[in-house]
Design a protein around this ligand. Structure first.
Ligand code: AG3
Length: 275
């Protein structure tokens, strides 16, 4: 018998993958969690029915949410990730030799546990000596830390359920206070095709707090519409002014020095969202 999994990305569009195995399903304290094998994308982590990451395309998201801010900063030493319990963002952060400490703050410990068990390629750096793993509320954590981080990355689920508060202007203010005077913030901000109002709102909020606000995009086949956005708020460094000759070669598959600036060149309909 053939079994297929569908995420309804909008009430009228879905992505459907042929599956061959269900490794794990559970209702955690915060959300429904599933880890399945898909024929096209390999193992897939699903939270509340939405695709979070897959073995085949995870590199795009994790590299782009990490290396763009870390190479924009001149010397990132201390980095905080809110969400991101699968560990993919932490794995990319640890590739930067300047980083002395990477803190993960994930609310749902089951995401960490299941990722460690079934997604070792993604979670592999969670045990690194530079990494501190906190299970707890990211909003609370950010409010309790002032002037401490060079980079803060919000690697969240969609802005419903447990992640709703991670898209609020008050949270961005607290993030700005948790950053040092030349700190950089990046959040995943959904699809330019399907979530226009969200992108507009986040950009407006970030721009009201940070001197530099930038939107960038990339292709991620398993996320809604296959086209994804990230919003950056920066206190001092502008990614468009990065000297790309300072970008060292890293073990990446999507990010490279040419991409560092080109991702900020937006298609007109996306540029219009942030005018
Ligand atoms: N977090 C962003 C996933 C959003 C996808 N949305 C959806 N499928 N509806 C990814 C976490 C990876 N570390």
């Amino acid at each position: 018998m053939e079994l297929w999994y569908t995420e309804f990305q909008t009430p009228a569009v879905g992505i459907t993958c042929k599956t061959s195995k269900t490794y794990h399903t559970e209702k955690t304290q915060y959300q429904d969690l599933a880890l399945i094998e898909t024929e096209q994308f390999g193992r897939m982590l699903v939270l509340d029915g939405t695709v979070q990451t897959t073995i085949e395309d995870e590199f795009v998201y994790h590299e782009m949410i990490t290396h763009v801010p870390l190479f924009t900063h001149k010397n990132p030493k201390k980095v905080l990730v809110i969400g991101g319990g699968d560990g993919g963002t932490i794995r990319e952060i640890i590739k930067h030799p300047s980083v002395e400490k990477a803190v993960l703050c994930e609310i749902d410990e089951k995401v960490i546990e299941v990722s460690k068990k079934y997604l070792p390629e993604i979670s592999c750096a969670l045990g690194n000596e530079k990494v501190e793993v906190n299970v707890g509320d990211g909003i609370k954590y950010v409010h309790e830390h002032k002037n401490e981080f060079d980079i803060i990355i919000v690697d969240s689920t969609d802005p419903v359920g447990p992640a709703e508060g991670l898209f609020a202007v008050d949270f961005y203010k607290a993030i700005s206070e948790a950053l040092k005077e030349d700190g950089i913030f990046v959040a995943q901000t959904e699809s330019p095709f399907f979530h226009k109002d969200l992108i507009k709102k986040v950009y407006k909020d970030v721009k009201s707090i940070f001197p530099i606000a930038r939107l960038y995009t990339c292709a991620i086949p398993t996320y809604p519409s296959g086209y994804w956005s990230f919003t950056m708020g920066s206190k001092k460094y502008d990614p468009l002014e990065t000297d790309i000759n300072t970008i060292t070669d890293m073990d990446t598959k999507y990010y490279c020095k040419e991409i560092h600036k080109s991702v900020f060149a937006l298609p007109k309909f996306v540029a219009d969202l942030v005018k």
